[in-house]
Design a protein around this ligand. Structure first.
Ligand code: NAD
Length: 471
């Protein structure tokens, strides 16, 4: 089938490539001319394990091509997937749909007869209706369909997730859209025994937000229990295993850490809250998860301050791992950024290392020396902080790392090292979810008066969106 994919980011490039892998003829289009030029020369705009090989093969075999000419991509396509970004609108929290609507306006006059426009971007409920209206207004004649097909892939394991998903969700308003999407997904998913859930378009849009809000809540739940573990002498890793092996709960998304980040959970939870607020519905659990997570990201700096004895002013802190999770170069909403900014405000000199994300990190961080070598990063440091559990970081020679440092303090925000391993290498360890290996002074809340940051407003823990949730 001839397929067009609009927007070649993490989702568009993986989806387009996998559609080609399934035998479709795929043309990917992006506004970013440099991305297209790079792809035509075999240079990928993102880091995603295994993707380069898949792109190269499908490109070489002629099933996958890249263009910045939207007309060329769309004119014969039976299905046109829209995979553009839907970032949060600054200060408001709802999804910025301008890229989606712009794409709809651009493709409207170009669509082939009976083409199916499939919104793959994460969009608030009702966006499919708006896209349909835009296209109908611009197009004037000819039939088309609009469907929803939210994407659930995880960066870092995106190809596996796409080719062998837990499920694919399809939201349709007519039979033509259902037929076309079943033709694309039916056979490949039957081979891997993955279910296709066909629902109404509005339900499909909401499923994506409900999934992400549930996962964000699950992470926040285990993070709060990690705090309790630290105080009562338990280990959150063991706790998560004992709890998660209950099939009703499941072991995934029970890894305690510095708070969820990334391009999806923070923005999607906020957008869901905004939708609920607009419709007069209170989603108090999600609201609380968002508040707790925001506070937690900054609170992690206190853990570091505690670990070094209560004051980081003038100390050198080495941060290992910057991306929001391993195996991606994505720095969007990474917990490393507020952590580093907070440490800097308290006077720390911060050095950092990440195996893949340093180019993107350099655009977000100021006055941070970025080092290719993790051991050099730790040279003369007063503490090392593990923020992202990259495999290469988990396999560091801890004795060598400790020898580079001025004082042997390790703050493990990801449970990257099993209990006892870093201690055996001579570190004092302060980890998320288990008691520190030396007594640390219990810090007050980051936002109490003693620790209030210059210029920072103390969040109330409520009212992220303002308005009626405030009470
Ligand atoms: P991204 O920012 O990496 O990529 C979006 C791309 O769209 C950019 O390359 C941009 O240049 C291009 N673009 C924007 N407007 C365009 C237009 N009119 N024509 C052509 N190209 C255009 O975004 P992403 O991370 O791939 O996310 C895309 C959508 O998928 C979002 O709604 C996101 O919430 C959702 N999603 C993302 C992930 C993820 O892990 N990144 C997972 C599931 C769902």
């Amino acid at each position: 089938m001839k397929v067009a994919v609009i927007g070649i980011g993490y989702v568009g490039l993986v989806s387009g490539t996998c559609f080609a892998e399934w035998g479709n003829e795929v043309v990917c289009v992006d506004k970013h001319a440099e991305k297209i030029l790079g792809l035509q020369q075999g240079k990928l705009p993102i880091y995603e394990p295994g993707l380069d090989e898949l792109v190269e093969r499908n490109y070489a075999e002629g099933r996958l091509s890249f263009t910045s000419d939207i007309a060329k991509a769309v004119k014969d396509a039976v299905a046109v997937f829209v995979a553009v970004g839907t970032p949060p609108r600054p200060g408001r929290g709802d999804a910025d749909l301008s890229f989606v609507y712009m794409a709809a306006r651009e493709i409207a006059p170009l669509l082939a007869e009976n083409a199916v426009v499939v919104v793959k971007s994460t969009v608030p409920v009702g966006t499919g209706d708006a896209v349909e209206k835009i296209i109908a207004t611009k197009r004037r004649r000819g039939t088309f369909s609009v469907a929803s097909n939210p994407e659930f892939l995880r960066e870092g394991v995106a190809i596996g997730d796409f080719l062998k998903p837990d499920r694919v969700v399809i939201g349709v308003a007519d039979e033509r859209a259902r037929e076309v999407l079943m033709e694309i997904y039916g056979a490949p998913l039957a081979k891997v025994d993955a279910p296709i859930v066909v629902v109404q378009r509005r339900t499909s849009e909401l499923i994506k937000y409900a999934s992400n809000a549930f996962l964000a809540t699950k992470i926040t739940f285990i993070n709060e229990l990690a705090d309790l573990c630290e105080q009562v002498g338990s280990d959150v890793g063991e706790l998560a295993l004992g709890v998660g092996l209950d099939k009703r709960i499941g072991t995934s998304f029970l890894n305690a850490g510095p708070g969820y980040g990334g391009s999806c959970f923070p923005k999607d939870t906020l957008a869901l809250l905004r939708t609920a607020q607009d419709h007069g519905v209170a989603l108090r659990i999600v609201q609380e998860a968002v508040s707790v997570n925001e506070a937690r990201k900054r609170k992690m700096a206190l853990k570091v301050i505690d670990a070094v004895g209560g004051d980081v002013d003038g100390l050198t802190i080495a941060v290992l791992g910057l991306t929001f999770k391993p195996d991606t170069d994505d720095m969007r909403e990474a917990p490393s950024v507020p952590l580093i900014e907070t440490l800097q405000r308290f006077g720390a000199v911060v050095r950092a290392h990440d195996p893949v994300g340093m180019d993107n990190a350099a655009q977000l961080l100021e006055n941070v020396e970025l080092l290719e070598d993790p051991y050099e990063c730790a040279r003369e440091a007063d503490a090392v902080v593990i923020v992202t559990e990259w495999n290469s970081i988990q396999h560091l020679d801890l004795v060598r790392l400790r020898r580079m440092m001025r004082s042997p303090i390790l703050v493990d925000l990801r449970g990257a090292f099993k209990a006892g391993r870093a201690e055996a290498a001579g570190f004092y360890v302060c980890a998320v979810g288990r008691p520190a290996t030396r007594p640390v002074k219990l810090a007050p809340d980051l936002f109490d008066t003693r620790y209030r940051l210059p210029g920072a407003n103390a969040p109330s823990g409520r009212g992220i969106l303002g308005g009626r949730y405030d009470h």
